[in-house]
Design a protein around this ligand. Sequence first.
Ligand SMILES: [Zn+2]
Length: 280
Amino acid sequence: MSGYENSGFQRLEQDLQSGRLSHAVVLESRNEKQLAETVRKVSEWAVCHADDKPCHICQACIKAQSGNHPDIYTARLFGKTEVVNVEEVRTICADAYIIPNEARLKVYILPHADKMQIQAQNALLKMIEEPPQSVLFIFCCESAKKLLDTILSRVTVYSLDYTYDNDESSQQSYETALKIARHLTDTKGYSLLCALRTLSDRMTAKSVTENLTEIVGNAVRYRITGRAENDVEKLLGDTIEFSVLSEMSETLHIALDRLNSNINMNLFGTWLCSELRRKK
Ligand SMILES: [Zn+2]
């Protein structure tokens, strides 16, 4: 069972180590202290001069720790609700085109990004669609689900919480994936369409599709080894031909890629259903 929300912390570590961080990331956590620590670490990583980033001891890391690095900017918050407003976003967008002072990247930290007004999010959207070189945006939030879908499609989300709720939601997405997997055997495809069209939220869709990919992959393996994790994998293995299962597995990998780029979520379920049905 793969839990999209539980793996965020390790994925972030891996991406920092391999240097493969996208130009816009969302750090999601309900734990303010953990969020602040992670933001600091990612900012240090972006400005650090050492090979093994962040080293925590070079000049740049120390400046970052004390909040005095000229290439790290934390957006100002306005009003009673403490939000980053559209004027502040415009200031940031204008500044982002100026090359960094000392670091390889300029870092913009956006606190409470999930509370930003739609207008402010839209103003940012243009910037992250076609970002200047050498920029890293860090969106901090309690819940990434409150960000615009158009933003979510262009950022990498790292969910940092390891809580009961997240376990529960990843269990839920596994159950949903099992249900959808059963419908793969339906030759008319109508029940499959209904099941897939419930995946209108991008993050849920990612998590469910990840689990579905694993279930279909296991069904392929079951046809070879005779070993399955559950009845659904057996059912798929017994009723769908090997070559068709393999193609389904490929389709699901393509679906994951599309969820990570910017497929229109209104069309996702219908598209995936038509792809999977053709494989019968
Ligand atoms: Zn350093």
